[in-house]
Design a protein around this ligand. Sequence first.
Ligand code: GLC
Ligand code: CA
Length: 591
Amino acid sequence: MSTKTVEEHPETKPQWWKEATFYQIYPASFKDSNNDGWGDINGIRSKLDYLKDLGITAIWISPFYDSPQKDMGYDIANYEKVWPKYGKNEDIFNLIKEAHNKGMKILVDLVVNHCSDQHAWFKESRSSKTNSKRNWFYWRKPKGYTANGTPIPPNNWRSYFGGSAWKYDSKTKEFYLHLFAEGQPDLNWENINCRAAIFDSAVGFWLRHGVDGFRIDVAFLYSKTMTMPDAPLSNPKDDYQPSDPYTANGARIHEFHKLMHHYMLSQIDDGRTIMTVGEIGSAGMDARLSYTSEKSQELSEIFTFKHTDVGTSQSFIYDLLPFTLKDWKLAVADSFRWINGTDSWATVYFENHDRARSVSRFGDDSTITSRVASAKLLCSLLISLTGTMYIYQGQELGSINFKGWPVEDYEDVEVRNNYKILCKKFGKDSSEVLKFKNALSVISRDHARTPIPWSSKGLTGGFSDSAKPWFKMNEVYKEGINVEDELDDPNSVLNFWKRAIRFRKENKDILVYGYNFDFYDLDNPDYFAFTKQYANKRFFGIFSFSGKDVKFKFPDDRKYTIFFGTHKNTDGAADILKPWEGRLYFVSASK
Ligand code: GLC
Ligand code: CA
């Protein structure tokens, strides 16, 4: 890399984790090795070669720890133990070693805003008001009592999964705070002993077992306003209100991350470089820079949500709003554009276990042709963007949302809680509930959580042998969306991903590290186009989001040489894009 580039664009300083190709695994749904209907650690091990062949260099595994599974393992009862259905500790230690032997890094999920109500820490805390761990969680007295004696929560904060964020515990007649499900009490980061225990158990244990870093769950929520005032009214239809002004990116959050980062470094004794990616959602420029600046020593990079949340309401995600391609273009660019010329770094991704399938959301899954074409288009766009690239399991197959499932078939605690609350408040057949059900078919987290089909065969497409999977299969595995069929078909989405990943690596200077991103024809409703550069290289990418032919003009009369694209044998000089066509060009420096 040229030193000039690094001086003027410190963000381009090379690091393994900036140029890694990450793949996220959701263990319950990846591969069941012992035919009990649940994916497991040995199932992951059996597919390492598949991932290697795809071009993956780093794997992030969603929680596999001991848990009552109230929120699919994001409710952890023991940070140092694998959930028995997923295997034994030995299995994950072996997985880490085997991945390392194959040249792949392993990231584990660090869920420390909250733990499970079945964690020993919480059991102790709840046992009495004078227990030494009482203050490891947030306990508050009722605000008062209703006429019939029901205790009133300390404030109006809403749980992310619906209803009050407070749960009354009759044992000590106080409420505890849970920003997520009732079974996920928030840990009190203000308490130094609590922090030390989190560091040793959730962080140190895994670093000492060789992981290469952490994906940090809701990393923006640890610093609450301790007076805990009522939140402003932002959703008049709800009895409870989003607590963000008093919980998101709070006063001590950067201090907490610095402490944790410092602790992490203290646990590394073999010289390896670790990385962290924090789930931040939304944060202002100052907060983003503080989280990720190399100098401030908090996180390596962050996930923001603007582009995955486009078209949803901030006060209630299941209130869908209309959006345009322009809105989405701006939202996508918002995830990485801010690092230009800084010493920060960003991520680029279209899917994870909390969002619906990107083809259904931003492409067109209505016919096989449009589904395949738009999956390749989204892939070609993603590999063109600056930042660490993350792929979510099944995305490489061009997976789509399931269709027409009744609400009873959904699994997610967020769906079930909100559904119950809405039915109670508005009635089962109300327009509110109908609207909610429609929104589920578009954005529910469950679309990303169905088991991965490894073939078109049998009742589970090779996910399990003969067992019934813990969650229904998305029926489309019989129609070509599965690993085996796609490996066999040179024109499949999967084989396109392989070529695209290889291509991104071969051109990592401009594709991964390129800077000075600039939209071209931002207002255009049919395509997403931009330029960027790296040292003396210039890039132009144009990606059609239309099912029809679209005409465009090249930005200027320099020489545009096509070097990759969705359509084979395309004439790079042609000024008409085919439906869902994406093209990547080098631009000559002079006219
Ligand atoms: C994060 C996780 C999500 C989980 C929540 C609570 O947003 O990605 O799956 O439900 O945190 O831990
Ligand atoms: Ca299993």
